[in-house]
Design a protein around this ligand. Structure first.
Ligand code: SF4
Length: 56
């Protein structure tokens, strides 16, 4: 899912995935919105941000 990259952190999100295009220094995410999958996940291991895009 491709979403708008903002020039500031999305204050509701903390993320440490520093290999993502939307990652911002200080464990911030600059995506306007994120999508988390999948349905029926049972724990955090099974839960992923599908907005993740590898840093180009
Ligand atoms: S899009 Fe997802 S993986 Fe990427 S920085 Fe934001 S929360 Fe983290």
């Amino acid at each position: 899912m491709r979403v708008k990259k903002m020039d500031r952190p999305n204050s509701g999100i903390r993320c440490v995935v520093n290999t993502c295009e939307y990652y911002m220094h200080g464990d911030h995410c600059s995506a306007e919105m994120i999508e988390v999958q999948p349905p029926n996940a049972r724990d955090t291991q099974e839960t992923d941000c599908v907005t993740f895009t590898p840093k180009s």
